[in-house]
Design a binder for this molecule. Sequence first.
Ligand code: CMC
Length: 428
Amino acid sequence: MPDKKAKLTVEGHDLEFNVLSGTLGPDVIDVNPLAKSNYFTFDPGFLSTASCESKITFIDGDKGILLYRGYPIDQLATDSSFLEVCYLLLNGELPNSEQFAKFCKDVNRHTLVHEQIRNFFNGFRRDAHPMAIMVGVVGALSAFYHDTLDITNPEHRNISALRLIAKMPTIAAMCYKYSIGQPFMPPQNRMSYAENFLHMMFGTPCEETTPNPVLVKALDRIFILHADHEQNASTSTVRMAGSTGANPFACISAGIGALWGPAHGGANEAALNMLHEIGDVSQIGKFIARAKDPNDNFRLMGFGHRVYKNYDPRAKVMRETCHEVLDAVGAHDNPLFKIALQLEKIALEDEYFVQRKLYPNVDFYSGITLSAIGIPSNMFTVIFALARTIGWIAHWNEMMSQPYKLSRPRQLYTGPTERDYIGIKKRK
Ligand code: CMC
């Protein structure tokens, strides 16, 4: 029994709650017993709510720390690989060589998509946003792989996880190929995860592609940096959908929809668009002034974070990677990167940003990096979704492996009180 207690007195009634401690991070007040009283907590935007217990990812936003299963993000981004990180997030421990070889083989077995899935693409407009296609196609996977949809069966859950990790790059690249009218490229299982993705994006049946190893490494790193981020909006969406007993493909599709917004995964595309809009270093002052103006809803995209009130640890690694990629493609004089560097410098010194602890986040640099790799901006959020799929599925699996409750928040109702219906003829 926890020995720390919290007390709340409402209208003379004393209510007592247990205070729970995790292995890291602040203690939480277990307000669950409040449901038996006549009160609810009110926390729009979940600013002070821990929605679940989890062993996967830890963030200390004040210190700028991000750990996957205890391992610091910079160590994983520098020394690990995306598939190893997938294994870690899913299983809790790093694999030994044998386990890793088997995992890679298992993932590779699932890289193809059912031939009928190709037909889905023909139903979309060629100019559709690829995220719109992703939401539809990933949700539709449940119509093809219903042989392993028993969510109470750990083996079924594992196969669904492998299928999602394996098929996301194939589907993402298909979205791109469809938009430019080129044939879909089949996955190449002899290649690494990131290399295969670049091959499916940029290869054609008439020309063999050999992706630049620096770009392959950079993309793998982008995948690692975006792999998980505890209970963010899209992961919480996946968990909420999962709490109804929905199948994993439907849950991940819900997560993709939530990721799309510019306050979340859409920020990397929005950040690059903003750099284009700024256009020249001389215009930065004007945009900073707009960002600070309370009457203007313009925000510096790629700045600020709900949890990080310090430099986003992912942004540090991303910044270095961005330099490496620009060197590799000979684009160091890239005007967008110059604007980005100058913007970062000015914002970091500006009182408005300093006071509000608004630092560049991972998306500030990932957009420029992806663009230098040759990826069009409307694919940025798709790449985020591809990478975050492992986080989503790891959280979904964690939830399914233990007792859970249907997520069903309550509300503070401020609408009309009960009133009688009046027929339309009698209404004024
Ligand atoms: N530019 C200018 N002002 C900002 C910005 C920004 N990017 N972000 C926050 N502020 C101001 C905001 O106006 C408010 O000022 P005031 O106190 O005077 O009203 C204050 O900072 C606090 O902002 P908030 O909206 O209450 O903070 P939040 O935690 O709800 O928002 C955020 C977090 C990420 C939605 C927000 O910082 C933002 O819109 N950033 C730009 C979009 C972006 O880059 N999103 C990607 C997040 S990282 C990727 C991911 O993990 O999904």
